[in-house]
Design a protein around this ligand. Structure first.
Ligand code: ZN
Length: 290
């Protein structure tokens, strides 16, 4: 995404390799990742080190193959990596354009359920400006995707702004809305530490479907009938909608460049975010690069 007041005109990468490891939220598999600096126009690519051949998966909207509870990308040979959205969100929030991510398993580690561990990891090294100018995707037309009661929308705007509304049938989550512009590095303070969440009543069903196998109170907010089960409670009063913004920023970074436009999400998620990008790129009149 674009943080107009802070963004460099040049593409950026990290200065030195970084490592991080943890458990996958859905697979429950322990994975390690190494992040490497990359040259201008390399983009963001995942390399499945546990696979020998055809193990490179580019993080781009057209490679999204599943959006069931998380965003999964695959290459033409079927190699995939799932739950990429929080890492993508951190890369977007910190304006990292080019990076090579080696991973030795099928799912990005969930860490604490937010993107703050990835932000802190990248902040532990320096960010390097590269020679080439960054391309920014400027939205030229209104694009809207609706499904059932949910919708996502991109509108022309002179910077990146986001407005998100949720409404869950739960006393503790129910209606929340949040609007913000990404300016002056506020991604880190206002969004990055908002954790993913789930409902206690859904846990058994998820697990019987082979999902959330690595989920725990260490990496998700769990909402019970009458209370939040995490002993420390919430990090923000409106942590749920902030996490939906975190997810959307990550999903939209699969556009392949920062977006200049106004994003509106209403009870939406990974699936509609991907459909929005597919709709955006279906017509060259919808956007320009600046
Ligand atoms: Zn998420």
């Amino acid at each position: 995404m674009i943080d107009i007041l802070k963004i460099s005109n040049n593409q950026q990468t990290i200065v030195k390799p970084l490592s991080i490891s943890g458990i996958g939220l859905h697979t429950g598999i322990d994975v390690s990742m190494k992040l490497f600096p990359a040259e201008s126009d390399y983009g963001i690519k995942f390399i499945r080190k546990d696979l020998n051949d055809n193990n490179v998966i580019e993080a781009i909207w057209s490679n999204v193959t599943s959006t069931k509870l998380s965003t999964t990308i695959s290459n033409k040979n079927g190699a995939s990596v799932s739950t990429i959205e929080h890492l993508m969100s951190a890369l977007s929030g910190l304006h990292i354009d080019n990076i090579k991510i080696e991973i030795n398993g099928p799912e990005v580690p969930i860490m604490d359920g937010s993107s703050i561990k990835f932000v802190n990891l990248i902040d532990s090294t320096s960010i390097k400006k590269l020679d080439k100018k960054r391309k920014i995707l400027k939205v030229k037309k209104n694009i809207k995707v609706e499904k059932d009661n949910s919708s996502v929308e991109l509108k022309p705007n002179n910077q990146f702004s986001i407005n998100f509304e949720i409404d869950f049938p739960s006393k503790l989550v129910s209606q929340q809305s949040c609007q913000l512009q990404l300016v002056n590095g506020n991604y880190k303070t206002d969004i990055a530490s908002a954790r993913t969440f789930g409902f206690e009543k859904d846990v058994d069903l998820l697990r019987s479907n082979g999902l959330a196998l690595g989920g725990s109170l260490e990496n998700a907010v769990v909402v019970g009938e009458t209370k939040i089960l995490n002993s420390d409670g919430l990090r923000f009063e409106d942590e749920f909608v902030r996490h939906k913004i975190l997810d959307s920023i990550g999903d939209l970074y699969l556009a392949g460049s920062p977006i200049q436009g106004f994003f509106l999400g209403n009870k939406s998620g990974h699936h509609l975010n991907n459909l929005l990008l597919r709709s955006l790129f279906s017509d060259k009149n919808n956007y320009d690069y600046i």
